[in-house]
Each structure stands twice: as structure tokens, then as C-alpha cells.
Design a binder for this molecule. Structure first.
Ligand code: 5AD
Ligand code: SF4
Length: 446
């Protein structure tokens, strides 16, 4: 019997992207993926609850799926991920055309849930019980060169603005042996780049029967033959240890890039956020990182308009951005989230002030990004080709080890290869370059 068709729409972070891949794998016995919702037998929405805006996008998509369901009454629709975790049953009440709800640890129960939905039930699976969802061995399609590998789930930090601990539960690390085995399989199939994922990878390994530190795990992964590039996300500045900083100097595959969300440059706001570090402590770690790896590119997350943030606090953030010299920043207006402490804090900042601060912050970041790109002009660097460029079909798009984006002329056969590119032009969001040599033998016979 031909397989039925599954359409997955993913919102949010890399963790959700990895989860969506796991969803496809969990259902692979009965369903093949399609890129067109109109022809799907099963539509699953993997949701994000980090800000209200992300949540609204999910609701509007769910609304538009009602039309599809009218046309194809056999269609099954499911909502998973963080909004599903947060809302549970309430989603079924709000959307009568919805067939199933699965939380962040419900992925491996999907075959059963979908089966029950097909029988007319409307199952909801949103338990966050630790241990119920061992992350199974993920298989990746042949030809895939980059892999997102989940090493832990959940978060114990309770930053006062953040909904993640409530929708992803407590920290649970995966056994190192299972992680290594999965990556070894990926590399055996010619994989090149691995990104280790967790909400706070620096606390990896704490709860395991035989505790392992994150730097120890990194060393094991970096030693695997065939691995060209190693990255990880996300890293909490408080837990960034001297051993982890040293890893950047010691492990060749570990890329010169670190995403280190600072959130704010004001000590008062950092304390109210419950981040566990001061601006000075953060900047000291930045200095230590640069000492270990002078070329390291730092990227960050920033929130403007956190409750109580004054113009002076905001100025501290702008100042810190210059001092840390971020290559890129993801910046957000503070959004009050259910259950979080900050939602009830006094001094909520008016929307118009948030909007104005965000614009000023983003203008500064554009200046810093362009400066970082400009510094690279004239250099020759390794690029991993990710696909055709968005602007022109005659161009390819890839990334430097620092994660900066490079576009350059080249044929599509080069996708997935590591090349040496001369960097010739800096733009606000990317660089331009010229392919000078294959850094792996090319053309290769597969
Ligand atoms: N409002 C705005 N931004 C938020 N983030 C997390 N929670 C909120 C919130 N309530 C941002 C943080 C985090 C990133 C993933 O999303 O900057 O690092
Ligand atoms: Fe949220 Fe803080 Fe945990 Fe990151 S460390 S997921 S911001 S609670």
C-alpha cells in the first residue's frame, strides 16, 4: 500500500526543527513527507510559545486549516510542541476541527495517537514526566551534510521571562554513548557538520547515572573521524566554564562561533531576569573566549523593554553590544508569558517604547554586523555550501566556520561540499566571495 502523506509546519527554534525531523521519523512507517498541505492526509503543526507573536501565528494557521478540512473531511490535523504543551485540552475546545494534541515529549507516541485520531478519538498527550521520553536513535537521510543532534531536553533555569521550563519540563540529558552512536552513523554516511542541541547545553550530563561534563562530551564528539564542523546551542553564560572556553582552543572541528545570549547589559535587569551573572562577568567570559580563540564570532539574544527597563538600562545594553562586538544578535520586544514571574512584575514598558528601543538596537547591530563582515574582506576561508542562494540561481550560499553567510557563483553540484572561497564584498547580512579551490577533492565520485 502506498504511504499516506504528512505535512509538517515548524515554528520556532532549532530544537523544534530537530523535533520535526523526529516526528517524520516516528511516523515514517505509514507516512511520507509532502511539502504541500493541500495533498496531505495528516497535517502536524509544531508550535512555539516563546513570545505571544509566535503563538498568534499558530492560531492563524490553525484557523486557515479549517478550510482545508472542509474540502477533505478525512484530513487529520494535530498540534504539537510548546503551545500544545501549554494549552493541552483547551486547543481541542478552541478548534473543533483539531484531531490530536501532543506535547514536547509526546513525539514517540505519535503512531498510537494518530491511529486513535483516525478511529475518531481526539487524544491529548502532554505529560512532562521525566524519563517517559528517552530520545531514540535518529537516522538521517543519505546525502544530508548537516545534522541537529538533541543531547538534552528541558531547562531548570527559570529565567523570569521564559516559558521554556514550563513547556519543556526539567533538564534531562541523553546518554553520551547514544549521542556518539547517532553521530557516528551520520558521519559514516558522509555527514560533515553537527550541531549539538539543548536549552542549556552547559549543564549537560549532570543528572546521568555516570555524570559527564559538556566539555567531555564535546571532546568525544570532536574525536570522531570524518567530522569537519562541530557547533552547539544554546549556552548559558553563567555556566560557561573555563574547560568549555579551553575547548575552543583545543578541538579542531569546534567552529569559531558561539551563541551566548546576554539578554541585557544592565545589572539591575539581569538580576530581575534571574540570569545569574553581571555584565562584567559576561564581558570577562567574552575576553577569555577571545584569548582562547581570537577569531571567534559571538552572537547573542537580546530583550528590550523588560519590566523596569529605563532608558539608562537600555543604554547599558547598547554599550555592552559594542564592547562584546557581536557579529549578530537576535533581538525581541519583551512579551509577557503565562506562568512566568516577570509577567506580574511592576513597571511593564509601553509598547511604543519597546518598538523604538528595538529599532535603535537593531540599527546598532546592523552597524556591528557590517563591520564584522567588512573585516573579512580579502581573506580566504572555508565555506560549507548549503544550497542555491536566495537571490540568484547562478549563485550558491554557504557558511563560514564563524556562521557568517557567504554567496558566490558556482554550480549546484557543489552543494554539500567544503570549499575554499576568497571573500570579496561585505553586505549587511552576508558576504560575497569567489570559489578558489575545493578544500576537499572535487569533483568527487560518490
Ligand atoms: N519575551 C521576549 N523574548 C523572549 N525570549 C524568551 N522569552 C521571551 C519573552 N518572554 C527570547 C530570549 C531567548 C530567545 C530564545 O527568545 O532572548 O534567548
Ligand atoms: Fe529560558 Fe532561561 Fe532556560 Fe534559556 S536558560 S530556556 S532563557 S529559562
Amino acid at each position: 500500500m502506498p504511504k499516506k502523506k504528512l505535512y509538517i509546519r515548524t515554528f520556532g527554534c532549532q530544537m523544534n526543527v530537530a523535533d520535526s525531523e523526529a516526528i517524520a521519523q516516528a511516523l515514517a512507517a505509514d507516512y511520507a513527507l509532502t511539502a504541500r498541505a493541500e495533498e496531505a492526509d495528516l497535517v502536524l503543526i509544531n508550535t512555539c510559545a516563546i513570545r505571544r507573536k509566535s503563538e498568534e501565528k499558530v492560531r492563524s494557521l490553525l484557523g486557515s486549516l479549517r478550510v482545508l478540512k472542509k474540502r477533505r473531511p478525512q484530513l487529520l490535523i494535530g498540534v504539537g510542541g510548546c503551545v500544545a504543551q501549554q494549552e493541552g485540552e483547551r486547543l481541542l475546545v478552541a478548534a473543533p476541527h483539531l484531531n490530536l494534541v501532543f506535547g514536547t515529549r509526546g513525539i514517540w507516541r505519535l503512531p498510537d495517537l494518530v491511529h486513535r485520531a483516525a478511529q475518531g478519538e481526539r487524544p491529548v498527550a502532554v505529560e512532562l514526566t521525566p524519563g517517559v521520553c528517552a530520545l531514540p536513535h535518529r537516522l538521517r537521510p543519505a546525502g544530508q551534510v548537516q545534522a541537529l543532534v538533541t543531547i538534552m531536553q528541558g531547562c531548570n533555569n527559570f529565567c523570569s521571562f521564559c516559558v521554556v521550563p514550563y513547556v519543556r519540563g526539567r533538564e534531562e540529558s541523553r546518554e553520551p554513548g547514544a549521542i556518539i552512536a547517532e553521530i557516528a552513523d551520520f558521519l559514516a554516511a558522509n555527514g560533515k557538520e553537527v550541531t549539538l542541541l539543548g536549552q542549556n547545553v552547559n549543564s549537560y550530563g549532570r543528572g546521568l547515572p555516570e555524570p559527564v561534563t559538556f566539555p567531555e562530551l564535546l571532546a568525544k564528539v570532536a574525536a570522531l573521524p570524518g567530522l569537519a564542523r562541530l557547533r552547539f546551542a544554546t549556552s548559558h553564560p553563567r555556566d560557561l566554564s573555563p574547560e568549555l572556553i579551553a575547548a575552543f582552543a583545543e578541538l579542531e572541528p569546534l567552529c569559531e562561533h558561539l551563541h551566548l545570549p546576554v539578554q541585557s547589559g544592565s545589572d539591575k535587569i539581569l538580576a530581575a531576569m534571574n540570569r545569574g551573572y553581571t555584565r562584567e562577568e559576561y564581558l570577562k567570559k567574552v575576553a577569555a573566549l577571545r584569548k582562547a580563540k581570537p577569531d571567534i564570532a559571538l552572537t547573542t539574544d537580546l530583550i528590550v523593554g523588560f519590566p523596569g527597563e529605563t532608558e539608562a538600562d537600555f543604554q547599558e545594553t547598547l554599550k555592552l553590544m559594542r564592547e562584546a562586538d557581536f557579529v549578530q544578535a537576535f533581538s525581541f520586544k519583551y512579551s509577557p508569558r503565562p506562568q512566568t514571574r516577570a509577567a506580574g512584575f511592576p513597571g511593564q514598558v509601553p509598547e511604543a517604547v519597546k518598538t523604538a528601543r528595538l529599532a535603535r538596537l537593531q540599527a546598532l547591530q546592523e552597524e556591528l554586523t557590517l563591520k564584522a563582515n567588512t573585516r573579512l574582506i580579502g581573506r580566504v576561508a572555508e565555506v560549507l555550501v548549503e544550497g542555491p542562494s536566495r537571490r540568484s540561481p547562478a549563485e550558491l550560499c554557504g557558511r563560514l566556520r564563524t556562521n557568517q553567510v557567504v554567496n558566490f557563483p558556482g554550480p549546484p553540484e557543489l552543494v554539500g561540499r567544503l570549499l575554499t572561497v576568497k571573500l570579496t564584498e561585505a553586505h549587511p547580512h552576508s558576504l560575497k566571495g569567489r570559489w578558489v579551490a575545493p578544500s576537499t577533492p572535487w569533483p568527487q565520485v560518490a
